[in-house]
Ligand binder design. Structure first.
Ligand code: UDP
Ligand code: MG
Length: 319
């Protein structure tokens, strides 16, 4: 096997980090090639996500200087997840294996060696997992970690503390290509592909230049996207709540009757109390039921592959 590696890197306004990133990656790729782990035609593919600065010019320049660097220019800003997918899908037929990472190299590129080793031993998907977050600010750490926990509770199963630093084999990429959904949350989809997977731990460093392109507002939007694109759990919550409130209405009914017979109520209070709770509960329950169907339609429209076959043992020419 050739083991042609493509490193896919989405870039949005990254002129401050690109030259250094390119330098470090070149050294890493050269050493991987020298060790015979990846083919000499391996590449680093930068995806320009509609940057407003000189990012694309820099990528063009890098490509002109050294064939190691390739560039993919998106027509406009489509966000990190889409840019990453664009890169992966563009290189999928040329690459035997891809690694995706951020342009700021906050994810330790030395973990690439271990990822490749695992790949060479037959693993299809290797997740890079942050072992510690000491370099992130307290705020970023707390928000990011609660992000993973809430996501998990809401039914969006992801690998804890794994961002988009991961290795995927060619067939895993082909599996990913089968997910044609528009609402994209790669971290949630990749585990759905299946095949053998493993994790590699690394320490997350600081962004060495430029600013984060993921402020809290984008992170929240990302979390909502993650939950709503992966699960219909929130709908279940509504159904559950409706059921609970309806049960409560029975409790209120008993309570109101007791008060009524003790004679502590004014005219009409009992009926009013009971109706408010019963109707409120029924409305929520009905909403939840409608939601269940909407959720089903939603999942259907995604048209996800229902299965991906890993092996087919069959003797050709039988019968
Ligand atoms: N990014 C992108 N499009 C966007 C926003 C970000 O391609 O609209 C890229 C960005 O260039 C970087 C990666 O996504 O390579 C992660 O962004 P960043 O490092 O700013 O996020 P953080 O590490 O702070 O979460
Ligand atoms: Mg970063």
């Amino acid at each position: 096997m050739e083991n042609r590696l493509y490193v896919v890197i989405p870039c949005y306004n990254e002129e401050a980090v690109l030259p250094e990133t390119a330098k470090r990656l070149k050294a890493k790729m050269t050493s991987l090639i020298a060790d015979g782990k990846i083919s000499t035609t391996s590449r680093v593919a930068f995806v320009n996500d509609g940057s407003k600065d000189r990012t694309w010019e820099l990528i063009e320049h890098l490509h002109g200087e050294d064939p190691l660097f390739s560039g993919i220019n998106l027509s406009r800003n489509r966000g990190h997840q889409n840019a990453l997918l664009a890169g992966l899908m563009t290189v999928k037929d040329r690459a035997d294996v891809v690694i995706s990472m951020d342009a700021d190299l906050q994810d330790d590129i030395n973990a690439m060696d271990e990822m490749i080793d695992k790949y060479l031993s037959g693993i299809d998907i290797v997740y890079g997992v942050r072992s510690r977050r000491t370099t992130d600010t307290f705020f970023k750490r707390v928000t990011a970690e609660s992000f993973y926990k809430i996501m998990d509770k809401m039914g969006a199963k992801t690998v804890f503390n794994h961002a988009d630093y991961r290795l995927m084999s060619k067939r895993a990429l082909q599996g990913l290509a089968g997910f044609t959904e528009v609402n994209l949350f790669l971290r949630g989809i990749v585990p759905l592909i299946g095949y053998k997977s493993d994790v590699v731990y690394y320490e997350r460093g600081e962004r060495f230049a430029g600013e984060s392109k993921y402020p809290l507002s984008k992170m929240l939007a990302f979390a909502v996207e993650g939950v709503t694109s992966l699960s219909i759990h929130p709908i279940r919550l509504i159904t559950g709540l409706g059921f609970f409130i309806f049960l409560m209405s029975i409790v209120i009914l008993i309570y109101s009757f007791i008060r009524h017979y003790i004679g502590e109520t004014i005219q009409g209070w009992t009926t009013l109390m009971v109706s408010i709770w019963a109707i409120g509960g029924l409305i929520l329950l009905a909403l939840g039921v409608v939601g269940e169907y909407v959720g089903k339609i939603y999942l259907e429209t995604k048209g996800r592959p229902r299965f991906i076959i890993e092996q087919f043992l069959d003797e050709p020419g039988n019968g």
